[in-house]
Design a protein around this ligand. Structure first.
Ligand code: FES
Length: 197
């Protein structure tokens, strides 16, 4: 992400919290050009000082900014708790080291139909087959990265239909809108969904 932000000349700050300097991954590149001016290292922050440190991190963030956090769950929980003091919760994104299990709701369907808006092609998706795999069968490639519901690479816009969100990436507002779906893990609550592909 940092490489991409530099490439498009977007302003960003990377706050890197680590217990010991010797544990810090990527320290050489992050400490040198072109990253150094964007990176703030927070070394040895005790748990009792964590919230205060995070308040300092968000103090100068634009109200229109987005925050992306990755790390142990207790730390990310504090990032969200502190971050919402300045940003809407929908602007705070989490990437978990491990995916949380998302139980299927009672109205989730075992099989459903996908339609591709641009071509009108459709395919029936059976239990045990992911939306990504089903689309590949009809020649439609959806990019994936984690394939475990946490990165958001596989997000596709929904033209119509009701997703059964099983990911750990979308915000509550994005889930409620049903305007997007993470195709690597999610299923459907409606028998047909049309995807903007
Ligand atoms: S590929 Fe990462 S959430 Fe789907």
């Amino acid at each position: 992400m940092a490489y991409r932000l530099l490439e498009i000349n977007a302003p960003f700050v990377l706050h890197y919290l680590v217990r010991w300097r010797t544990q810090a991954a990527f320290l050489p590149p992050l400490s040198s050009t072109p990253f150094a001016s964007h990176v703030t290292l927070h070394i040895g922050v005790e748990r009792s000082r964590l919230d205060a440190e995070l308040v300092g991190c968000i103090a100068r963030v634009y109200a229109s900014a987005r925050a992306y956090t990755c790390g142990p769950v207790p730390i990310m929980d504090r990032v969200v708790a502190v971050g919402v003091q300045r940003l809407p919760v929908s602007a705070i994104h989490l990437e978990r080291f491990f995916a949380e299990t998302v139980d299927a709701p009672e109205d989730a369907l075992q099989t459903f139909e996908l339609k591709v808006a641009s071509t009108g092609k459709s395919i029936s998706v059976k239990q045990g087959t992911s939306i990504v795999a089903a689309l590949a069968e009809i020649g439609v490639k959806v990019d994936t990265s984690c394939a475990e519901e946490v990165c958001g690479t596989c997000i596709v816009d929904v033209v119509s239909g009701k997703p059964d969100h099983r990911d750990n990436f979308l915000s509550k507002a994005e889930r409620a809108s049903d305007a997007v779906i993470c195709c690597c893990v999610s299923r459907l609550k409606s028998s047909v969904v049309v995807l903007d592909l």
